[in-house]
Design a protein around this ligand. Structure first.
Ligand code: ACO
Length: 462
């Protein structure tokens, strides 16, 4: 049986209430976004004054639309919304998105309660009010009013902040992090974070779930959904500081709650808490493209001593260990190094390291049972050829046989300027997790370790 939100994310018929010919209005943008979507569905603009909008036949009310409606998008002033919702109930609409603001977030609890009563008496699933809607990049449907197309991928994002959600779409595109679905939840009158985690848990296009939350309405349901989800769940929880909690109350009208309780609950449920959006994307990139780490023992390969030490410190500070090399691995790597240096962990391939040293040492660490994850770094020093470093990374990451055999994550780090940056874009566009900071890469490796632990717990191995 399909999930209850299947028709919400993949509607066959959509009506836009408050669709307008006026190009500056949100109702115009919402209708246009559906029309320009690469998605097949029937579209019905609703406006009492118009006969057609953007070439599509217009209806005065949802109740006049022929046949059933899977999804209604509402963009009329708040005071009109209850009547629209009564019409939707009468029409037996399955799902509604209420874009309109002007409810509990501005202290108008009474109007929101009126909506709640209508929803509770119906079978509708309702998103909002005070939301941007969603973009479903996997199926090509844009059911939001905001500009921007998400690059297709397998991260599904839930954002309590609409504006931040929009920013995340553009940041993800810039960072080559592919998105399956991104959705704003606003005042969460009905569809809540836990409903969406449950949906994404069974959605074949979603590999990683990410959330920006300020507060959750039902902590137990939220935790249970994370616990049940057999995919990594990354959570940015805002309102950690006293001043942040105050800002939360005035943004979405929600109580940030005790941060310690949130922190413990997310951890206990098996979620991974991220400090900010950049960290969420860093970790999503690693989790979507690499296997989880079976343990926390990390091998580090560099072409410079300094970056090796920074990476080692960052790993150890984040709960990972950088062990000494086994004698077998020592011998393998010793053979490929120049005489001036001896293998250690971090392994310094020295400044003139090219393709072969990178490739052969990465292979040696893949074969070492005492190593669970590999970080390969390049500093754009005097003799360094970034193109050889990136070539070796691509070869190791793309060699499917290696991945299947060793099931170890490989992450890349770099320090350099313009020439390197161009190559980094090539790597990112190929899905390679690459980072410009030792701290960010260590935090991403940590997420792969936590995911490995979660999977072991799920199997009953620990
Ligand atoms: N049925 C259908 N259409 C109707 C009805 C009705 N019963 N009554 C009026 N309309 C039409 C209007 O005539 C108008 O069409 P027109 O341009 O042809 O005249 C259209 O619906 C819209 O109504 P307006 O009164 O013009 O309202 P407007 O478009 O200015 O504002 C809106 C409506 C956008 C919902 C506004 O009230 C609002 O809430 N804005 C904020 C939305 C928002 O930011 N949400 C949070 C998003 S998350 C984030 O931060 C990005």
């Amino acid at each position: 049986m399909s999930h209850i939100l299947e028709t919400f994310f993949k509607p066959k018929t959509i009506a836009v209430v408050g669709a307008s010919k006026n190009t500056t209005k949100i109702g115009h943008a919402a209708l246009k976004n559906i029309l320009i979507s690469d998605y097949e569905c029937k579209i019905y603009p609703i406006n009492p004054k118009e006969k057609e909008i953007l070439g599509v036949k217009c209806y005065k009310k949802v109740t006049q639309v022929p046949g059933h409606i899977d999804l209604v998008i509402v963009s009329v002033p708040a005071k009109i919304v209850p009547q629209i919702m009564r019409d939707c109930t009468q029409k037996k609409v399955k799902n509604v998105i209420i874009i309109s603001s002007g409810f509990s977030e501005v202290g108008n609890q009474e109007l929101e309660d009126e909506l709640k009563t209508i929803i509770e008496k119906s079978n509708m699933r309702v998103l909002g009010p005070n939301v941007m809607g969603y973009k479903n990049a996997s199926d090509g449907l844009d059911a939001s009013f905001v500009y921007g197309r998400a690059r297709e991928g397998n991260l599904s994002l839930i954002s309590q902040s609409g504006a931040l959600g929009i920013g995340m779409i553009h940041l993800a595109n810039h960072e080559f992090v592919g998105i399956s679905k991104i959705i704003g939840v606003g005042n969460k009158i009905d569809i809540d974070d836990d409903d969406l985690i449950d949906y994404f848990a069974q959605d074949p296009d979603t590999k990683v779930v990410g959330l920006y939350i300020e507060a959750v309405k039902d902590g137990r349901k939220f935790m249970n959904s994370i616990k049940k989800c057999k995919k990594p769940v990354l959570v940015v929880k805002a309102g950690k500081s006293k001043a942040g909690a105050r800002a939360t109350a005035s943004h979405t009208g929600s109580m940030a709650g005790s941060d310690k309780i949130y922190d413990a609950a997310i951890k206990q449920a098996g979620g991974i808490r991220c400090r900010d959006i950049v960290e969420l994307f860093d970790r999503a990139r690693a989790l979507a493209g690499q296997p989880p780490a079976q343990g926390n023992r990390i091998g580090i390969i560099t072409n410079g001593g300094g970056i090796g030490i920074l990476l080692t410190d960052a790993c150890e500070e984040n709960g990972l260990v950088v062990p000494k090399l086994s004698s077998k691995t020592y011998k393998k790597i010793d053979k490929i190094l120049p005489d001036i240096v001896k293998p250690n962990n971090p392994i310094d391939l020295t400044g003139d390291a090219g393709f072969y040293r990178y490739e052969a040492s990465t292979r040696a660490l893949l074969e070492d049972p005492n190593i669970d994850g590999i970080i390969v770094a390049s500093v754009h020093g005097g003799y360094a050829r970034p193109v050889e470093f990136t070539g070796a990374i691509l070869k190791m990451i793309r060699e499917r046989k290696l991945h299947e055999e060793f099931k170890k994550p490989i992450l890349a780090a770099w320090v350099g300027g313009k020439e390197f940056e161009d190559l980094v874009w090539d790597l990112k566009s190929a899905g390679v997790p690459i980072y410009p900071s030792s701290w960010r890469i260590a935090r991403s490796m940590m997420a792969l370790y936590l995911e490995g632990q979660r999977l072991k717990r799920e199997k009953g191995d620990i």
